[in-house]
Design a protein around this ligand. Sequence first.
Ligand SMILES: Cc1cc2nc3c(=O)[nH]c(=O)nc-3n(C[C@H](O)[C@H](O)[C@H](O)COP(=O)(O)OP(=O)(O)OC[C@H]3O[C@@H](n4cnc5c(N)ncnc54)[C@H](O)[C@@H]3O)c2cc1C
Length: 277
Amino acid sequence: MMPVFLPDTLDAALDLLTRDPAACVMAGGTDLLVHLRATGDAPGPLVCLDRLRGLKGIKTDGDTVRIGAGVTMTELLASPVVRDFLPLLHRAAGVFASPTVRNMATIGGNLCTASPAGDTLPPLYVMNASVELRSPRGERTLPVDRFITGPRRTCLERDELVTAVTVPIPVDFDIHHFEKVGQRAAQAIAVVSLAALVALDGTTVHRARLAWGSVGPGIVRCSEAEELLEGQRLTLTNLRAAAAAVSNAVTPISDVRASADYRRQVAGNLLLRLAAL
Ligand SMILES: Cc1cc2nc3c(=O)[nH]c(=O)nc-3n(C[C@H](O)[C@H](O)[C@H](O)COP(=O)(O)OP(=O)(O)OC[C@H]3O[C@@H](n4cnc5c(N)ncnc54)[C@H](O)[C@@H]3O)c2cc1C
């Protein structure tokens, strides 16, 4: 039987990770327990983060929002700060799994799993979020696109915890759009998702930040599509040109949820929605 620890402080949790190299971190367990059951792996002691008050809470701090790694999707969804200042993340939490999974799944777990289908990731990428980490050696902060190093890979050290994610409030943008295409309305992993921030000057695109989920080994930014839109009016014709660039840039796979061709087509098509906003 594997021992389960419920430390009360961050230092106690880090101490447990340092003492036993086989120790395994568990937040909500919605990825970890599925993985353990599927693989039959028997990890060392489980270090549960549930009681760490320091990983909870959502606060504004000047022009950023700091979200504790242990904040659940339900808490993101209920937060007026997230709703008012980070609407992309609010929408992502709203289409995440189902209420029961949302009650358990944390933003820190979503980051550490580093799945290209992780719903919070495209919003965090376009908002230039940073990940705060703590280990016995101290603290460090990394941009989210450096924290995640590949499909299901991060630069997290074995004795390190994600403590928070900090998100600059995207004040200069007129369009905040997140859309997830799944096989059904609830309990669906993204087949394709898009997070978009667009700043307009009248009807002309001044700046665009776009990120797609589930269409490559990681979250896909398409600078070519952003550049094609910038300086142009937000019309269907201009969006179609950018959509064609997106369809060329993505490298999706075929799996049980969708074919690569379908994903490529939908990745481009999702951009066309921006014309209707
Ligand atoms: C039925 C079902 C539906 C799902 N639907 C969706 C969905 O719609 N969208 C989506 O994006 N995902 C979905 N998922 C996947 C999962 O719910 C998310 O990835 C979730 O955010 C994981 O968070 P968690 O707190 O449960 O992480 P856990 O399972 O506890 O941990 C995941 C990994 O992260 C590590 N970890 C967690 N927190 C920390 C931390 N603070 N510091 C260091 N390491 C840490 C763990 O060691 C583990 O390796 C679904 C899962 C299930 C079972």
